[in-house]
Design a protein around this ligand. Structure first.
Ligand SMILES: Cc1ncc(COP(=O)(O)O)c(C=O)c1O
Length: 421
């Protein structure tokens, strides 16, 4: 049996209807490219679900993980610590906005948000203050664990679970045109006095189709939330680590969150790891002689040394100015191509921000994750050697940061060719 046949026999893949799904076996990764078992080369235009930062099989990260493997592969994080976790926490506290000064470890983006949610609930419970409501932004995606799913915008994605989910107050995506409406609704929710936390994907909402919104209004919302003693949670799982052209999307705004959730490019795309970074006020809400104030949450692999070693090595690669220069150069190139591609008849709209380009295809039907028009284009692109997994009818160009100008041109030329023909 071939790899593909064995896969079909034994494996259930995420996010795809297994009936009729086409799975491509990949056997090697090198820089921006992935290779299948027949030696065909594919440019990874979506950084393998937005996690890859420095290219595939980056030797610096590979070496750091390999070294760590023979020193300490794992130790329980309850009651123990290790050098890689301490170094990573020092790095994270140095890099994240001022005021965030304690790091809680988990395993992925969903758990980083799940932890933030549980912390927010228990923070108020420890203080015996009744705050049990949450605000999020329409279109937000915060993950697939149950709590993170509840914080996610309603719609087809989570439909089978909706009757089990807790209610969340959603505000429209804040834009210059609806500023008054958004602020007024937000204030109305805050005035209930019951809001525990406000969670948001800062500036770019990834999974709903790379929707971008106004950073100054977000800053205003954070300010208002703080005025009403509401915990602010920035879900930087996708936007963190250079994706928007700065370390974090929150670096583009004036007011800073109380909690920041990190994952994806944190390890450069090598290993799963989630972090929930909090300010001292949140931490102090649990620091107590009262045992029931303890945050009783953790996972077997919490703080795994291999994942931490990958993250530290990845961060060391970010410290190279050349990488940021490339990020700036490629961001401009993406913007240039996005402006050009938006004039195509088959393009409904196109937008970019930092190392993110999004092209909404107009092939009939509403723009959504369930619009099927992306599928046939995806297959054509794959044949031409480019991987761009669509979000419904939206193609997102989210390349590794080491991509060259020529490779970026290649991505857009291939896309244009398919969209014209
Ligand atoms: C903003 C955001 N939050 C959370 C998640 C969930 O992360 P994970 O897939 O690692 O659970 C994602 C994943 O795409 C995301 O984009």
């Amino acid at each position: 049996m071939t790899l593909k046949e064995k896969d079909k026999k034994y494996i259930w893949h995420p996010f795809d209807q297994m009936k009729g799904s086409e799975i491509l076996p990949i056997v090697k990764g090198d820089g921006c490219y992935l290779y299948d078992e027949n030696g065909n080369q594919y440019l990874d235009g979506f950084s393998s679900w937005w996690v890859n930062a420095h290219g595939h099989s980056n030797p610096t990260i590979a070496k750091a993980v390999s070294k760590q493997m023979s020193e300490l592969e794992h130790v329980a994080f309850g009651g123990f610590t290790h050098p890689q976790a301490v170094q990573l926490s020092e790095n994270i506290i140095r890099l994240t906005p001022e005021g965030l000064d304690k790091v809680f470890f988990s395993d992925n983006g969903s758990t980083a948000n799940e932890v933030a949610l549980k912390m927010s609930i228990q923070y108020w419970s420890n203080k015996q203050i009744q705050k049990d409501k949450f605000i999020a932004i329409e279109g937000d995606y915060h993950g697939d664990t149950f709590g993170s799913m509840c914080l996610t915008s309603r719609g087809g994605f989570n439909e089978p679970f909706e009757k089990f989910m807790f209610d969340v107050d959603f505000i429209p995506r804040p834009l210059k045109e609806n500023r008054e409406e958004v602020i007024s609704l937000f204030n109305k929710y805050l005035e209930s006095g019951r809001v525990a936390a406000f969670i948001f994907e800062p500036i770019v909402q990834g999974a709903c189709g790379m929707k971008m919104y106004d950073s100054s209004i977000l800053s205003e919302l954070i300010h208002l939330a703080k005025k009403y003693n509401v915990i602010t949670i920035a879900d930087e799982v996708f936007t963190g680590f250079g994706r928007t052209g700065k370390w974090f999307a929150c670096d583009h705004i004036e007011n800073k969150p109380d909690i920041m959730c990190l994952s994806k490019a944190l390890t450069g795309g090598f290993l799963p790891l989630g972090l929930t970074v909090v300010n001292s006020d949140i931490y102090d809400g649990f620091y107590s002689d009262n045992q029931s104030h303890t945050f009783l949450h953790g996972h077997s692999y919490t703080g795994n040394p291999l994942a931490c070693a990958a993250a530290n090595a990845s961060i060391s690669l970010f410290e190279d100015d050349n990488l940021w220069e490339n990020i700036s150069l490629i961001s401009k190139r993406i913007k240039f191509h996005i402006e050009e591609i938006s004039s195509l008849k088959t393009v409904r709209s196109a937008r970019s921000f930092g190392m993110i380009g999004a092209i909404e295809i107009d092939a009939g039907g509403k723009s959504s994750y369930f619009n099927k028009s992306g599928k046939s284009i995806y297959k054509k692109l794959l044949k031409s050697g480019l991987i761009l997994r669509p979000l419904g009818n939206v193609f997102a160009v989210i390349p590794p940061y080491i991509i060259t100008k020529n490779q970026t041109d290649e991505v857009f030329n291939k896309l244009k060719e398919v969209l014209i023909n």
